[in-house]
Design a protein around this ligand. Structure first.
Ligand SMILES: CC(=O)SCCNC(=O)CCNC(=O)[C@H](O)C(C)(C)COP(=O)(O)OP(=O)(O)OC[C@H]1O[C@@H](n2cnc3c(N)ncnc32)[C@H](O)[C@@H]1OP(=O)(O)O
Ligand SMILES: CC(C)C(=O)C(=O)O
Ligand SMILES: [Mg+2]
Length: 556
């Protein structure tokens, strides 16, 4: 069957929600939600090799350092490793007072008892159970009708209340997930959640968490937002309930669904760092938080050293973060292409006078997340003069005049095409050095003597022309004009620029000259020297040699 036939016969569109007076489209996110990391549970259960105790502890500490206050640490009834990890956290006092650990269980008595057992002695904890509610799970996985599913949920909710009462020293929060919420009939999701709430009797002071997962993402994000808004309007005791989002990323829209879900009234978000998790992953907490940050909303999570966080996550998950991953990928603050580099360079130049961050193509200041500007502009065959100029300015203090930027970028372009590779800033400088600063053929300036009298300069140049020493002599209004007049061929100066490189006693002068020889094509030369006159003479001879090589002119 072709894909075309399969589309028509095999798949159905997801039904829309009947909520024409939805309010979320005109809202904005103005504050951070309650965050809960599920890295050590949902993330962990999806790894090729689940984390051992040491990795879990390392990850846990990182989550605490970032500022997570709710951390789902385990599925304690799943394995001895998970059970022991919870015990270790509690017994070795690793849980800060302002952090709640969270654990998950199925709605099965033995598993729930074991889960509470793992939490003995904890100061505060979120205990979380789930029952899948969508038709396919009722029909395929559980083979139970709605009433039986509700009965299972209610029975577990009661056992939660009972077991919690046996450990009154703990500050308990209860959480229920109607798993596969996003694929279920909304009235049934509300019904089962209300039944659980009837048991737990939450209050505005002691809220229960209802976590509404897109266990498998199966619709466009606006549908999920409608589902959240609809649910919030119909669930009982709304003021005593924390509505939590738990999006997976099967369609690649987990971030969008979560953001729209927050607009639709949710209070809390569960997810994993850099989007690890089942299949295509859980929603990425880092991207969500930094999306808020770049809108001027304090996300209450700290990613000011994002690379250290990534390092821990990669090590613990044994999975690498993609180079294009939002905010953190190796290439996401990098521009190779010419027009992007040009805009970024101009943006950086003006940024210091601005109140708000406004550098084109960079939605975040890389330094806010601990990145340097080093990688922002990188040069390959797609790059133009802007990027090359930026690197020479930043790394070598060399500010090429505009027409010289054009000339040199063509030389770089040829080289990147030849190499088929990226060129580092050092390689670009070396190319400039080879093409302009070290060019000594066919004419090499050996030494000069300059005399200034009555506003007139006289220059005597000792040069090596094709292996023979010659002496040239010229007069002009300034040193450069005198040197030009000393050259035994027709040379016109089209443009001249100079600037200092560095400051103080170690400063050098850079001189840039554009000349036309014998009415031919204009070409540039550069000189860098501690003495400005010498720099300008070097620039002149650099340009002269380039012009002569181009014209294939060996001697005068
Ligand atoms: C969307 C999610 O991420 S949900 C969380 C998923 N995470 C995990 O499963 C990781 C930890 N899980 C485990 O280690 C194991 O599955 C355990 C220990 C929980 C259970 O192990 P087992 O008893 O061997 O069962 P198994 O792993 O095959 O799970 C399937 C059984 O659980 C039942 N089940 C699935 N979900 C639930 C639930 N929420 N409540 C009650 N029973 C459930 C299934 O109907 C099936 O029962 P059956 O064997 O009677 O048909
Ligand atoms: C257990 C629940 C919350 C879950 O992970 C999911 O539905 O994706
Ligand atoms: Mg999940």
């Amino acid at each position: 069957m072709s894909m075309k036939q399969a589309t028509a016969n095999k798949y159905r569109p997801f039904p829309v929600v009947d909520i024409s007076d939805r309010t979320w489209p005109s809202k904005t996110i103005t504050k951070a939600p309650i965050w809960s990391s599920s890295d050590l549970r949902d993330g962990n259960q999806s790894l090729i090799e689940p984390m051992d105790a040491e990795k879990k502890m390392k990850f846990f500490k990182t989550l605490v350092d970032i500022g997570l206050k709710e951390i789902e640490v385990a599925f304690p009834s799943a394995s001895q490793t998970d059970f022991d990890f919870v015990r270790h956290l509690i017994e070795e006092n690793h849980i800060p007072d302002d952090v709640s650990i969270q654990v998950l269980t199925q709605a099965r008595e033995d598993l729930i008892r074991r889960t509470f057992e793992s939490l003995r002695g904890v100061k505060k904890a979120i205990v979380h159970f789930y029952v899948a509610v969508s038709p396919s799970f009722r029909n395929i996985v559980f083979k139970q009708d709605k009433a039986a599913m509700i009965a299972t949920a209610v029975k577990s909710a009661k056992l939660f209340a009972e077991l919690a009462a046996e450990q009154p020293e703990t500050d308990w929060t209860f959480e229920f997930s109607p798993e596969t919420f996003s694929m279920a009939e909304l009235p049934f999701s509300v019904e089962i959640c209300n039944a659980v709430l009837d048991v737990w009797k939450p209050t505005p002071q002691k809220k229960a968490i209802l976590n509404l997962p897109a266990t498998v993402e199966c619709s466009t994000p606006n549908v999920y937002a409608d589902q959240i808004e609809w649910f919030g309007r119909h669930v009982n005791h709304r003021d005593s309930v924390i509505i939590s989002l738990h999006c997976h990323n099967d369609r690649g829209t987990g971030i969008a669904a979560t953001e729209l879900g927050l607009l639709a009234g949710a209070d809390r978000v569960e997810g994993c760092l850099f989007g690890n998790g089942e299949r295509t992953g859980n929603v990425d907490l880092v991207t969500l938080a930094l999306n808020m940050y770049t809108q001027g909303v304090d996300p209450k999570l700290d990613f000011s050293d994002i690379d250290s966080v990534r390092h821990v996550v990669e090590e613990c998950n044994q999975l690498s973060v993609h180079p294009r991953h939002p905010y953190v990928g190796d290439l996401v603050h990098t521009a190779f292409s010419g027009s992007h580099q040009d805009a970024i360079r101009k943006g950086f130049a003006l940024q210091k006078d601005k109140e708000y961050w406004e550098v084109p193509y960079l939605p975040i200041d890389p330094s806010d997340i601990g990145r340097s500007y080093d990688a922002v502009i990188r040069v390959n065959s797609q790059s133009g003069k802007g990027g090359i100029t930026y690197l020479l300015e930043q790394d070598y203090g060399i500010s090429l005049p505009r027409r010289m930027q054009i000339e040199f970028s063509q030389i770089v372009q040829k080289e990147t095409d030849r190499l088929g590779l990226e060129m580092t800033s050092k390689q670009i400088y070396d190319l400039l050095d080879r093409e302009y600063l070290q060019i000594k053929e066919p004419v090499q300036l050996i030494k000069h003597r300059l005399q200034e009298e009555n506003g007139e300069s006289t220059v005597r140049l000792e040069v090596n022309v094709g292996g023979k020493t010659e002496h040239w002599h010229g007069v002009g209004k300034g040193a450069l004009e005198a040197a030009v007049s000393a050259i035994p061929t027709n040379v016109e100066i089209m443009d001249y620029n100079e600037h200092a490189i560095g400051v103080g006693s170690t400063a050098n002068a850079a001189a840039y000259i554009e000349i036309r020889m014998d009415g031919g094509r204009s070409l540039h030369g550069i000189g860098i020297h501690e003495n400005i006159t010498m720099a300008s003479f070097q620039a002149l001879f650099s340009a002269l040699n380039r012009a002569m090589q181009l014209a294939n002119k060996k001697v005068f």
